[in-house]
Write a protein that binds this ligand. Structure first.
Ligand SMILES: [Zn+2]
Length: 294
């Protein structure tokens, strides 16, 4: 990746704030592997596994998708250790329970996929995390918040996401995708913002991308050597959602908002030359595992 785009933008005096916001020297980031899930493709792609007049039974073998779960750990010279999302948390099959753990099945799992172990593999301790940012509060991204109960560590989330999650748990509005066990009222130090774009820290910009959920945000990370990344949580589960722009299937919620967010993200990708990383795409995420991004 290069930042040659910056040269012409600098020359023409059109550098956007989120392009200029570079992480300080010494910033490092790791993409942490938190395990695999597998589910019917119909959840992630509109029309997946559908039947047709010419093929009324649908595909002979319904397509299933392997998904990866990940977090991003950022060692930041002035902010300390920032964690982007937390994965699904411990004891997944028991905590999620039936039928969730059969619909979204944990397909491959090793102890090293636990958040604590994945952080330890980078030479850090989960106890040294200073701030957590959550893209959206669905269980496979926020279940690991259980690690931060009673720690007073700030948990940053968009105000609309926190409201959606608590509302859903209280009323059953979107039963299953938000679970009460990690949405503690009194043991987590919730922090909210309501901005469309947040300059969270030097090199880190958060973008509100509503659609998959009302308060979903993506994290833009501008690194000195490796360039710009957009970790977009489940704005896109898989790359097909982002480009060519196949809407999500049974997990889609507000389509119009999602469509607008997708267009906006494509513009941001263009102005930064950044790399968009969906929430669960194997081909996008696996090449980043085991690397130290800087
Ligand atoms: Zn997800």
């Amino acid at each position: 990746m290069s930042h040659s785009f910056s040269q012409h933008q600098l020359r023409d005096g059109v550098v956007l704030p989120h392009v200029l916001n570079k992480a300080p020297k010494g910033t490092k980031a790791w993409v942490l592997h938190l395990g695999y899930l597998q589910a019917d493709a119909g959840w992630f792609k509109r029309g997946g596994n559908t039947s047709l007049m010419s093929n009324p039974k649908g595909p002979e073998a319904p397509e299933r998708r392997d998904l990866i779960m990940y977090s991003v750990l950022i060692e930041h010279p002035t902010e300390g250790l920032i964690l982007w999302e937390t994965g699904c948390g411990k004891d997944y099959p028991e905590v999620w329970g039936a039928p969730l753990n059969d619909i979204f099945a944990r397909s491959r799992y090793e102890p090293e996929h636990e958040l604590e172990a994945a952080i330890a593999a980078t030479g850090h301790s989960i106890k040294d995390v200073t701030q957590v940012i959550i893209g959206h509060l669905h269980l496979d991204h926020a279940g690991g918040l259980e690690n931060f109960r009673k720690t007073d560590i700030p948990i940053w989330v968009h105000e609309r996401e926190l409201k959606s999650a608590f509302f859903s748990c209280a009323t059953g509005a979107d039963r299953g995708v938000y679970l009460p066990h990690y949405l503690s009222l009194d043991e987590l130090n919730w922090k909210c913002f309501d901005d469309r774009t947040v300059d969270f820290a030097q090199g880190i910009t958060l973008h509100h991308l509503p659609g998959h959920t009302d308060g979903l945000i993506g994290m833009q990370l501008n690194l000195e050597n490796d360039g710009t990344f957009f970790f977009v949580s489940d704005h896109a589960h898989i790359m097909d959602n982002y480009k060519p722009g196949v809407p999500q299937g049974w997990l889609a919620r507000d389509h119009q908002a999602w469509f607008n967010s997708n267009q906006r993200l494509q513009r941001m990708e263009k102005t930064t030359g950044g790399l968009v990383i969906p929430g669960h795409d194997l081909e996008a995420v696996e090449p980043l595992l085991g690397r130290v991004l800087s």
